[in-house]
Design a protein around this ligand. Sequence first.
Ligand SMILES: Nc1ncnc2c1ncn2[C@@H]1O[C@H](COP(=O)(O)OP(=O)(O)OP(=O)(O)O)[C@@H](O)[C@H]1O
Length: 690
Amino acid sequence: MARDGACRGGVVRRASGRLAGWRARGVWLERDARSFASSATARDGSDDDDGDDDGGDSASGRGSGKSSKAKRVTSRESLRRLMDMRDPAAWYPLARSMRREITLHVGPTNSGKTHAAMERLKQAASGVYCAPLRLLAWEISESMNAVGVACTLVTGQEIREAPNARHVSSTVEMSDVSSVYDCAVIDEVQLLSDPHRGYAYTRALLGLAAIELHLCGDPRVVPLVKKIVESTGDLLTVKEYERLSPLEVSSEIVKSVKDVREGDALVAFSRADVYKMKRELEKKSNFRACVIYGALPPEARSRQALLFNKPESGYDVLIASDAIGMGLNLNVRRVIFTTMSKFDGVGTRHLEAPEVRQIAGRAGRYGLDYAGGGSVTTMKRSEHKILVNALEGELKPLDSAGIAPSLEQVEEYCAIHRGASLLEALQALSNKAKLASHYRMRNMSEPIAVAKMLKKFPLALEDQFTFAIAPVDVKDPMVCAALLTFVKTFCTHGRVGVRLISLPPPRTPKNPIQLQKLESAHKCLDLYLWLARKLPKAFPEPELADAYRTATATAISAGLQFLSTISDEKNGRKEFDGDTSYLSKSAVKRAFNAAKVAIENIEEERARAGLPRIDQAERAVRFSDFKWTNGGKTNDEATKLSSRIPKSKSSRVSDAKHPNDQLDASPPPPSGPTKKSFVAKRSFAKPSWL
Ligand SMILES: Nc1ncnc2c1ncn2[C@@H]1O[C@H](COP(=O)(O)OP(=O)(O)OP(=O)(O)O)[C@@H](O)[C@H]1O
């Protein structure tokens, strides 16, 4: 209880040094809180084991039997407590020491609920905005800074500090539950129920220590939030909103791309379909199309949105996947569903009503050109009825919020079951934990699949856990290969250079295949940056990775512009006279040159410090032991990992929730390669692949 007292004292004193909170204390409080519930007993139990081994009991068979029975009882009790996750609210003592005023803003898309919450946030002396996407976290930090509210950006990959900032814009996974804020906003709170990311929303909702907490989401979330708030003892007010501009279902079916008009957004559900539609449109009409889909880096998505929104850009039509459903303010007149079905990793299914509403709601955005009224329709007459039903019917309320096992719980499980692996711990915690009826365990198929692959590596438990929860697009073999390369190099050298990733040449991509390679490279660099934040000593080149990432995103954006098959003459528009400097071929070259300069600077610094050149050793791994790409063929192990992810119904990943958006996964584990990892390395035999 002494620790509890310390936490509570911290509230009154008001936490200082918020960024330090992320870096050092973010996990501590959760760990601390859980220890009230369970860890003490577990630790005591294992200490007893040691005592018994060299104690007098060994001389007496009877005494020893009694003591091992006692140990078994203690272990069972520890396990029972560990598996009892019915009250996650108790994991956040700082937030529990307050009576927060929670306002739940609910309404359809484009009803001004986020706007209302953001107005409160701007007025507060200190605050935090928790975004569902990195793109949105960036946009909010920029818009806050633009109106004079200094706001720092925190995502899984980067921290951009604004001088004297008392406001923070972060992705929900990175929300800081260890500091006290005057105001906090959680956007798109209905994602509480998302099978993959819901746990991060639960953590933010239960853990944010904000005097005023604003939740924005769709009305389906009301009963669930009420239920959760019952357990926290906070004050809850629900505010309902109506759409600010009308949205009608148009009876006009868009039978072919010839019927497409300026301001239309065509929605398809795969990258291939997006490009197919773009080719067809540009062949048969005078329109040029922007594209937006989940695998595009946030910067590229934002630039495509900018081109589409600017009337003089020559890009009048948008072709997008369901990635447009969230986070972009798009000047859309009409949303056209090219299909009402999508492949979700298991099979082809009809779109669910909430998905349809989220996407359709992009038309007629308040404050933009078509605010007078947006419309929505389909390309197939047979699917029009599905659209109408999806928009008109009652929606089922959400009934459960996500929860995920933490590193501390995994460690505790392994302490109780001596010798248990990460895989066993994850499987047991995700299958056997006892939860209240309004919580459900996060879909663990991806971390479990990665944990299986990691079993053969000599890693400490904590490092294994970090790699297992790393945000990896498991559908992309190049990214899976990058993860394996990183793990292997980490085990052999303890230090991982960014140039292990074979970057495509600094050229504007000429076709969707070249573009796809750049997209994959961008995801690998994102992964490196994420790991660099968790294990900074082992991944020492975040600046370099960031320089490459910027260059790659620039090349992708330029590629998207130059991929248009339609000429300016045919388009009848003059060149976009806005800021296109970042899109030109020379800008791409400049960005790649900046990356080269960054490499040289890093090497010079290392030479001055008497350190060996980075990567000499890592290069050896890359060229001999591990071909992660070879003439376009991907590494076998990576393909295996990619194919091992069970395609269960619950593992559906909508393109709107593309792993690119999820690159912040899970709360940050303590940073730096742990001492334990090196202890572990020494105690393991040389791995067979060396
Ligand atoms: N009172 C207002 N004054 C000016 N602009 C507003 C106001 N309310 C909303 N807006 C603008 O209307 C648009 C939609 O608002 P907002 O994003 O808050 O809606 P929302 O209900 O959160 O929708 P979504 O869930 O689709 O993001 C935004 O561009 C926002 O800036």
